[in-house]
Structures are given as structure tokens and as C-alpha cells.
Write a protein that binds this ligand. Structure first.
Ligand code: SAM
Ligand code: MD0
Ligand code: SF4
Length: 362
């Protein structure tokens, strides 16, 4: 216990931890010891964000994909996943309704849909138009999650109003990566997000856990993430999907993910760290918030015909993944949604900080 308290107080004071120390924190299983880790993470969150939480609306506007990532329900070879492509008017209607419900940002996500990405400039222009029109209609901060796109498209997404580019490596261990995203080179993915960062976009990096990653893999990822300068950092537990090569893996509990959320908070005290409703639904929210998360992601309106990524349906139809659904849960752990202005201010300050310090050095 003394060793643990010592590690935690050094981390809280901003001192660097060794790989061994990070590994020890990631592997904690004793509930009393985990609680000490979470308390330290919560203190750092409070110092940087008070009790305020940001809420992200999730719009998975096309579930078509040209890729075959082995963990993903929407890989092109899976005939069992729901395929749809929302029209621009539908996307605008959903975005407007989400804004009215009180979300702070719209995350516009798609599979690597060939209509938009394998159709030359015409496809790219259609994708950019979605961002331009959603910005015009809502004036909300936007996150682009379209998969890997060419550099010129990154710049055009930014011009069209995308504040964020979200593109998750999932792991930084090359051998594990190659077994997950089988047809997309590691470097292509890494390059796209670095390019976005170097051109003034905020970026989000993410890790999958419970997918064959060792503690050493996760520590290595944390080191790579420290070099990246992402403004939002996340982790999600792998959820096995029907009809996919990893569909029969045994689902892992959320202990690893929740520990990792807390360790992310220690290493990135002023970054945004999501608690995703897309892993264990609304029932998993409080544990993730109590580990130091300060964003709720994957808020999805019911009856809009939208799917989640890892949990295609869980808690959507009954409104469990709405602002009204999550607010009481946040209150139970002493947290409350920020105002729209507070989120816009955070983004503006973060962009200024990135410019000032230069990319990659945060
Ligand atoms: N197609 C784009 C891409 O791959 O970058 C955008 C979709 S991206 C938001 C989908 C993310 O959801 C993945 O990067 C992964 O982190 C997460 N995800 C996908 N399938 C999952 C699963 N079965 N379990 C947990 N997380 C999953
Ligand atoms: C989430 N299902 O936040 C979403 C997704 C994409 N930028 C995010 C993984 O949980
Ligand atoms: Fe497509 Fe993204 Fe799923 Fe990979 S993770 S198969 S790129 S939707």
C-alpha cells in the first residue's frame, strides 16, 4: 500500500512514472487499491475540470465499410451487421435534435464507406458537404471520424468546420496491430492523425483492450501517446461481434479498461477522456466516470435508426443513451453537464495552446 501511495502522490504532483510503475497501476485488482488509483484520478480531473462533464452526440451516418478490421461488426465481410447510409437531410435533422437535447459536440462517424472514400473527388466532396452543412445548421463543435482520409481531405474537413479528427490506432504494438487492422498499414493511420494535428486540428487517439494486449503493450501505447500530443485519449474494451473472426472470444470484464482510464488521467491530467456508453451501456457509465473520465460519448437518439459501434443496439431504443438518460447518473457521482459555452471555450483554449507549444509537445 505504501508503495502504491508513493507512486500515486508522485504522479499527482506531475512526476514521471517508470514503465514498471505504470504496469503496476494497470494491473491492480484489489478493490481498495483500485479505489486509491481512482481517487487520485478524480482529484486531477477536479483540478482541471471541476465537476463539469462534456457530452458527445454520436452520429454513425454510414455503416458501409471497405475494410476488414478483425474486431469490427461492420467489416465488409460481415453479412450480419445492419447497413445503412443516412441522407444529408436525415443527418441534419438528427444533428439538430441532438443539439436541442443538450450535447456539446457532434461526432460524425462512418465506416470507410466507398461511396465517400473510393470515389475520387466526387465522394470526398460529398463527405465534406456533410460537415459544412451540419456546421451551418448547428454551429456546434464537430468531430470527424471517417477513418483514414488523404491529407487534402483532412484540410477540407477542417475548413468545413471539423474541430477534431478521431482516428484510433487501437494498439501501438506492430504485431498486434497487424492482426487487427489487417489491410491498413500502421503508418497510414499514424500519418493521417499527425497530419491533422500539425495542421491545427485537435486529435483523439484510442486503445482497444481485452483483445490480446499485454500489460507491456499497454504501457508502450501510453508512451507512444505521450509523444503524440492528442487532446482526447480513450480506451474501450473489445466487445466480441457476431459474424466476425474474433466473435467467439470470451468477453473480458471492464477492470482493465477502467484502470486504464484512471492511468490516462494521471498521465494526461488536462486532456479529455471519454467514458463510452458503447461498451457496457448506461450501466457502465458511473464506474468509468469514477475512474476520472470527463466526457460521455456515444449519446444516440432513440428512433433515428442509428447504431452504436461496439454495442449496435444496447440502451438505444429505450432512451438510455440520451442526455436525459445520463444526467441523473452523472448527478449520482457528483458531476454535471458543462454549458455549451464552457465546451467552446475549452476548445478555443486548447487550440491556442497547441499553436503556442507546437504540435506533439503537449
Ligand atoms: N471506420 C472508422 C475507423 O475505423 O476509424 C471510424 C469508426 S471508429 C469510431 C470505430 C472504433 O470503435 C474503432 O476504432 C474501435 O476503437 C471501436 N470499436 C470497433 N469495434 C469494436 C468492438 N468490437 N469492441 C470495442 N470497440 C470497438
Ligand atoms: C464512442 N461509438 O464514442 C463511439 C465511437 C468514434 N469517434 C467514437 C467509438 O463510443
Ligand atoms: Fe471499417 Fe472502422 Fe470497422 Fe475497420 S473499425 S472495419 S475501418 S468501420
Amino acid at each position: 500500500m505504501n508503495e502504491l501511495s508513493n507512486i500515486l502522490s508522485r504522479a499527482e504532483a506531475g512526476n514521471a512514472l517508470t514503465d514498471e510503475e505504470l504496469g503496476l497501476l494497470l494491473e491492480l485488482t484489489d478493490e481498495g487499491e483500485r479505489e486509491l488509483l481512482f481517487q487520485a484520478a478524480r482529484r486531477l480531473r477536479e483540478k482541471n475540470f471541476g465537476q463539469k462533464v462534456f457530452l458527445y452526440g454520436f452520429v454513425y451516418f454510414s455503416t458501409y465499410c471497405r475494410n476488414k478490421c478483425r474486431f469490427c461488426y461492420y467489416r465488409c465481410a460481415n453479412g450480419q451487421s445492419p447497413r445503412y447510409r443516412k441522407s444529408l437531410p436525415e443527418i441534419l435533422e438528427i444533428g439538430t435534435a441532438l443539439k436541442e437535447s443538450g450535447i456539446h459536440l457532434l461526432d460524425l462517424t462512418m465506416g470507410e464507406d466507398p461511396l465517400y472514400l473510393s470515389n475520387g473527388d466526387e465522394g470526398h466532396e460529398r463527405l465534406i458537404e456533410i460537415f459544412r452543412e451540419v456546421k451551418k445548421a448547428t454551429n456546434l463543435p464537430l468531430m470527424a471520424s471517417p477513418g483514414v482520409v488523404p491529407d487534402d481531405v483532412v484540410l477540407k474537413l477542417k475548413e468545413a468546420g471539423a474541430d477534431w479528427y478521431a482516428l484510433y490506432q487501437e494498439t501501438h504494438s506492430r504485431t498486434l496491430y497487424d492482426t487487427l487492422r489487417t489491410e491498413q498499414p500502421y503508418e497510414d493511420r499514424w500519418h493521417a492523425k499527425c497530419f491533422a494535428r500539425d495542421n491545427g486540428m485537435l486529435i483523439e487517439e484510442g486503445l482497444l483492450t481485452g483483445i490480446g494486449d499485454s500489460t507491456a503493450d499497454r504501457v508502450y501505447s501510453l508512451r507512444e501517446m505521450q509523444k503524440l500530443g492528442a487532446s482526447q485519449v480513450r480506451t474501450m474494451t473489445f466487445v466480441p461481434q457476431a459474424g466476425t473472426p474474433l466473435g467467439s472470444l470470451i468477453p473480458q470484464g471492464s477492470t482493465r479498461e477502467v484502470n486504464l482510464i484512471a492511468v490516462l488521467r494521471l498521465l494526461f491530467p488536462d486532456a479529455l477522456i471519454p467514458a463510452s456508453l458503447d461498451v457496457e451501456g448506461a450501466g457502465g457509465l458511473k464506474a468509468r466516470m469514477q475512474a476520472g473520465a470527463n466526457v460521455v460519448t456515444s449519446i444516440i437518439p432513440p428512433q433515428a435508426g442509428l447504431a452504436g459501434v461496439a454495442q449496435a443496439e444496447q440502451d438505444i431504443a429505450d432512451g438510455g443513451r440520451t442526455v436525459a438518460g445520463v444526467k441523473p447518473l452523472l448527478e449520482e457521482v457528483g458531476l454535471e453537464p458543462a454549458s455549451a459555452g464552457e465546451y467552446a471555450d475549452w476548445i478555443a483554449r486548447r487550440k491556442a495552446l497547441m499553436m503556442e507549444r507546437g504540435s506533439g509537445s503537449l
